[in-house]
Design a protein around this ligand. Sequence first.
Ligand SMILES: Nc1ncnc2c1ncn2[C@@H]1O[C@H](COP(=O)(O)OP(=O)(O)OP(=O)(O)O)[C@@H](O)[C@H]1O
Ligand SMILES: [Mg+2]
Length: 282
Amino acid sequence: MQVVSISSLKGGVGKTSVTTGLASAALAAGIPTLVVDLDPHADASTALGVRPGDQLDIGRMLKSPRRARLAENVVPSGWVERGSANGGAPAGRTSVLDVAVGSAYTGIYDRPDLGRRDLRRLSAVLAGAEKYELVLVDCPPSLNGLTRMAWSASDKVTLVAEPGLFSVAGTERTMRAIQLFRQEFAPNLSPAGIVANRVRTGSAEHTFRLAEMESMFGELLLSPHIPEQANWQQIQGAAHSIHHWPGDSAKNAAALFDTLLANLLQADGRQSGAPVRDRVRR
Ligand SMILES: Nc1ncnc2c1ncn2[C@@H]1O[C@H](COP(=O)(O)OP(=O)(O)OP(=O)(O)O)[C@@H](O)[C@H]1O
Ligand SMILES: [Mg+2]
């Protein structure tokens, strides 16, 4: 099992979109996957089309991690039944895409001063996640308790950034925070890389920022980049998977997420060692 957190200090850069794109690729590949929706806004749960019954949400599971019984409280994504036979998984594989449903209740842990014991709550809940090959954790836009709890339960952290000054600067700060966190709490945690999202190919600013990100982060900048996708909000609004949406643009985006997932799972978290360049354009 690999646990991958999808994080960023800055809001709205596409964490949930990347999480759901990767979940869609994992579902299509037949990789049994759990999405943990750690954001109190619960956007990933909405996008994944969950219909919760009387299961405990992730906030309540975190409250009593030893009694959480994850297997009884996950909810299958609505994407599984919408797919073709067997959810569209390749022959011989079964379709498993479950969600530990988000709720505002998780907000009680999103403090800057969360102690060591509290940081281990998600790891304790995920002790019941052996049936999954992949666990994706969608984090809120901060480096407070919830994101740090996600990091301490993760093998890898993926950062999402738009090719803009503030987002690139935020990514650099987050990268430093990960290094400090590794030293103090999680020596085995590795940054799996940075996903550049909402890239506009014709934009001079985006071309400049991508080149800057390449020199700052080296191999940690994952490929492929995810372009600005005109129908993305419509697909999310319909709580659909990108792999099941009709049309060539969705098919192309789905193929990008297939490659991104493969590259991310292979990423070994090597550091680029490249010096951080002055971010001000001369
Ligand atoms: N590649 C893309 N193309 C077009 N729209 C996108 C793309 N990625 C994200 N968006 C849109 O941008 C908005 C923010 O995306 P998303 O919710 O995934 O970001 P987030 O980082 O999870 O936000 P938050 O910090 O609030 O959790 C959403 O409306 C989403 O549909
Ligand atoms: Mg989000």
